[in-house]
Write a protein that binds this ligand. Structure first.
Ligand code: NAG
Ligand code: NAG
Length: 424
């Protein structure tokens, strides 16, 4: 008995040391790899647009306001997607990667990992192959948002979008997905650490704690703001206003289809462009339900994010109203119908399966530390040839898709291997 406990302690210790080493080595590697970029000389202005269809109008101003008449409207291709955590953003990324491939667009990708050195504040030098004045169409990997630096990478006509989620649900998801890498959770006693934490957060939380931002106002933090402010602080209000001015469309995870329809309308895309399968979702059995009491506490604890969410919920429904409720219902129905058709065509058994049942390594999703809770899919064995490529792309998890697009992910992959070796 004692021996077993001792062994577990040892294993845990080794794992923590491994994480520590990796986390410390990352900024070091980064510093070494960027030294040569930092003495950049002349600055060129960003282009006005990086669409190759110059001369063609990309707005609807002269189309006589008819919804049907889409012929004059060229799809908009310069896009900044601020990828927030635990908000279905992996599903959305798949849409963007497919769109980019289809139109042969230039992505501003990170170098060595699948994020822009999160949680460091974004710097343009984090972009692989960055040069001032160069054309990039799309940026969509995780970053801590930093508006002036982002604006130096993307053209001036870029469409900014992002996605939010109910902060109580987001907190639950983040707590369980990232809890293992936030040291302050290690000392919370008991089985249900989240409940324990929420009932007295101040006892466990410290703003300076390593990776503690995963457990408090994570959305606000992702936008580059101070997540430990008091929700009544004037700076919170001001930041929300600045975010609202910068982002043309703020989507909501709870209304994912409606969000995509609004996006399609704003960007002049087609229904084909926004078809999707839900990627990177958890097994139902591993998703704990928040009791009303804990939900209330989670909202209180994440009160800045709650403010942010309520603000953009309001503007979201104003946009739906402007689009037309009836039209929205019809479009959502069509999108669901087409997605369901594709499920039948592409997915073996018509549903997601747990990691152990996925045959093809190319379809294996990335797992949180210490678990195998994220589900994935098996491609149908006899897919109609006409659909095979689309099916494959729609089902490919983010890391594999980025690799297919030529993104250098050596650090992410090294981390994956370390985890495999220590069986985490
Ligand atoms: C819109 O169409 C109507 C009738 O088809 C026409 O009279 C009007 O001039 C058009 N407006 C614009 C801005 O093209
Ligand atoms: C979001 O807005 C809708 C429509 O105005 C409203 O019914 C709903 O209660 C709002 N939700 C939140 C969380 O504010």
């Amino acid at each position: 008995m004692l021996q077993k406990q001792e062994r577990q302690w040892w294993q845990l210790g080794v794992k923590r040391v491994a994480v520590g080493c990796l986390l410390i080595s990352v900024p070091l590697f980064y510093a070494l790899s960027t030294i040569q970029i930092n003495f950049n000389t002349t600055e060129l202005p960003v282009p006005l647009s990086c669409s190759s269809r110059t001369g063609q109008s990309s707005s609807r101003e002269n189309t006589n306001s008819s919804q049907q008449d889409n012929t004059v409207c060229a799809p908009k291709v310069d896009i900044m997607f601020m990828k927030t955590h635990k908000t279905a953003s992996s599903t959305f990324i798949n849409i963007l990667l497919r769109f980019g491939e289809k139109h042969n667009l230039k992505f501003a990708f990170p170098n060595s990992r699948n994020d822009f050195y999160y949680p460091s504040s974004f710097q343009r030098t984090y972009v692989q192959g960055y040069q001032s004045g160069r054309c990039f169409n799309i940026m969509c990997n995780h970053m801590r948002f930093n508006a002036p630096e982002v604006a130096k990478v993307l053209p001036r006509d870029t469409f900014y979008t992002t996605i939010l989620r109910d902060p109580a649900e987001l907190f639950e998801s983040s707590f369980h997905y990232f809890g293992h890498v936030v040291p302050l959770t290690w000392w919370i006693p008991g089985e249900d650490k989240m409940a324990k934490f929420l009932r007295d957060p101040k006892q466990y939380f410290s703003p300076g704690g390593f990776s503690s931002f995963y457990l408090k106002n994570l959305l606000f933090f992702d936008f580059g703001q101070d997540n430990t402010l008091d929700a009544d602080d004037q700076r919170v209000e001001d930041s929300i206003r600045v975010i609202a001015e910068r982002f043309h469309l703020v989507m909501l995870m709870e209304h994912f289809e409606e969000s995509l329809i609004l996006l399609k309308d704003a960007l002049c895309w087609e229904m084909d462009d926004i078809l999707f399968f839900k990627l990177n979702s958890r097994m139902k059995s591993t998703v704990p339900k928040l009791t009303p009491e804990l939900r209330e506490k989670a909202l209180q604890w994440n009160s800045i994010d709650w403010k942010l969410y309520k603000h953009f919920n309001l503007t979201f429904w104003e946009k739906v109203e402007a689009y037309g409720r009836k039209q929205m219902e019809e479009d959502v129905e069509e999108l669901r119908r087409r997605n369901a058709e594709l499920v039948k065509i592409c997915i073996e058994g018509g549903h997601s399966v747990e990691a152990g049942s996925i045959h093809d390594a190319a379809m294996q999703p990335w797992q949180p530390v210490g678990e195998k809770s994220i589900e994935g899919y098996n491609l149908n064995r006899n897919v109609d040839k006409a659909y095979e490529e689309l099916c494959r792309k729609m089902l490919t998890p983010e890391i594999q898709y980025l690799t297919d697009l030529g993104v250098n992910l050596w650090l992410t992959k090294l981390w994956g291997r370390v985890r495999k070796i220590i069986n985490w």
